[in-house]
Write a new protein. Structure first.
Length: 442
């Protein structure tokens, strides 16, 4: 009997190894060759992150792949040359794979990896202290070409707002005075935000299957250049931070809950980890370099996801019934508030124009603040926050509005319109859980 048990155990062990081999053999030659590029790609991104603070937004791969901390965090010419050699070697290896007969998913993977490597090369270039012009930087880092808008374009929108807003006198002061009526009191912020994110989660789970263990926690922070941030930690867990430096209006509760949580960044990272890393072993998705085409997909889907999870007038109905009372706000002017918010969203590209002119040296810091005040109708305090973001993240600003526009056009041109929510969710989940590049969505 003991002999039979030993034999059975050996057969079981061999069958496990055999299953592993069969799973590996199911991979195509192209897939295996991209696997050979993926590991050094991840290690390269982690190494660049030593010299570029904030570059590695998330990493949940093998601990042993992490490089040792460099004593010289300011890279010299030798370090930059070594990084360039590594990225060029990977680009050359990837280029040689271009003629393989690939499946649709393999082709998406190939394009993703190649574009990510091109962006990494551009980041290495900036380590020497040099920068690209705004439009060139946006193209090489985010695989997108930001549009140009004249001040006349923004002025027409501003004129509409002027007619819509009650009262007389300075439009900026009238607008900010009106919006102040919708500020969430600090002592009620956590209750309102927690309610919003739980509702977004409940609605998302009706359409997207997530791991049972997925979860998040919320922190309230100060002295940050951004309004909120999702720090994805791996294993389907996120830390969502909300910056309380400035007053937070009621609309930001759902905006941030959907964008940072469900169906935004938390869902995006969770699906990539499960589908790409765990299920397929595509290790390039175990690292997220912030300054890369991946960010335009991430920010674009996170912004568009707000309309996916609350289509049509569902949002304003929900806020009037639940969030306004929780915040102690009067919903009487809610319809006018959101009519104004829709017009203000159209002014977001004025922020891109401000960033382009400032970073390209066509405007001083003070001129840029004045431009933001005038054409985005921001208060002085918020305009200063905006330029802090521009100085820190540069052309990253395009990922929010242009990213949302690219995602919107892709989903709606493929049938995911407001009157077909099932198709919209289907396409949205596809973008979240497969390798995508901005240029590939056009």
């Amino acid at each position: 009997m003991k002999v039979l048990k030993i034999v059975f155990t050996l057969i079981l062990i061999l069958s496990i190894f055999s299953c592993g081999e069969n799973k590996q053999n199911l991979k195509s030659e192209l897939d295996r060759k991209m696997d050979e590029i993926a590991e050094p790609y991840v290690k390269l991104i982690l190494e660049i992150g030593i010299y570029k603070p904030g570059y590695v937004d998330a990493y949940y791969g093998p601990e042993e792949w992490k490089p040792g901390e460099s004593q010289n965090r300011e890279p010299d010419s030798t370090i930059i040359s070594a990084l360039n050699y590594k990225v060029d070697d990977l680009l050359n290896k990837a280029y040689k794979l271009r003629d393989y007969n690939a499946t649709e998913l393999e082709l998406l993977r190939y394009r993703f990896l190649y574009k990510q490597l091109l962006a990494a090369k551009a980041v290495i270039y900036t380590l020497s202290g040099s920068n690209f012009p705004f439009d060139e930087e946006a193209k090489v880092l985010y695989d997108a070409e930001p549009p140009h808008y004249s001040t006349e374009h923004f002025q027409k929108i501003i004129d509409e707002l002027d007619k819509l807003l009650p009262g007389e006198g300075n439009l900026n002061k009238r607008l900010n005075s009106f919006r102040d009526k919708f500020v969430i009191p600090k002592e009620k912020l956590d209750t309102v935000f927690s309610t919003a994110i739980n509702e977004c989660r409940k609605r998302t789970l009706k359409h997207i299957r997530l791991p049972k263990k997925e979860n998040f926690e919320v922190e309230y922070v100060t002295n940050k250049p951004w309004g909120a941030y999702n720090w994805y930690k791996g294993n389907s867990f996120s830390v969502i931070q909300v910056n309380t430096d400035l007053p937070i209006q009621i609309d930001r509760a759902i905006d941030l809950a959907a964008h940072e949580g469900y169906p935004g960044h938390h869902v995006y990272n969770t699906l990539l980890e499960r589908n790409m890393v765990n299920d397929r072993g595509w290790m390039e998705f175990s690292v997220y370099p912030l300054y890369s085409p991946q960010s335009l997909i991430a920010e674009g889907t996170a912004n568009y996801g707000i309309k996916v999870v609350f289509p049509g007038d569902e949002r304003i109905k929900y806020e009037k019934e639940f969030l306004f009372p929780l915040a102690g706000l009067n919903p009487e002017d809610a319809d006018l508030y959101y009519e104004i918010q829709d017009l203000l969203e159209k002014l977001s590209y004025a922020g891109n124009e401000a960033a382009r002119n400032y970073l390209d040296g066509n405007m001083s810091r003070e001129e840029t603040i004045n431009f933001i005040e005038k054409y985005q109708l921001q208060s002085r305090e918020r305009a200063e926050k905006s330029i802090d973001f521009i100085e820190h993240y540069r052309s990253y600003v395009i990922n929010y509005n242009l990213g949302q526009e690219i995602v919107k056009n892709y989903i709606e041109s493929n049938g995911g319109t407001a009157d077909n929510p099932g198709r919209r969710w289907e396409l949205f989940e596809k973008l979240l859980s497969t390798p995508q590049t901005p240029s590939g969505l056009k």
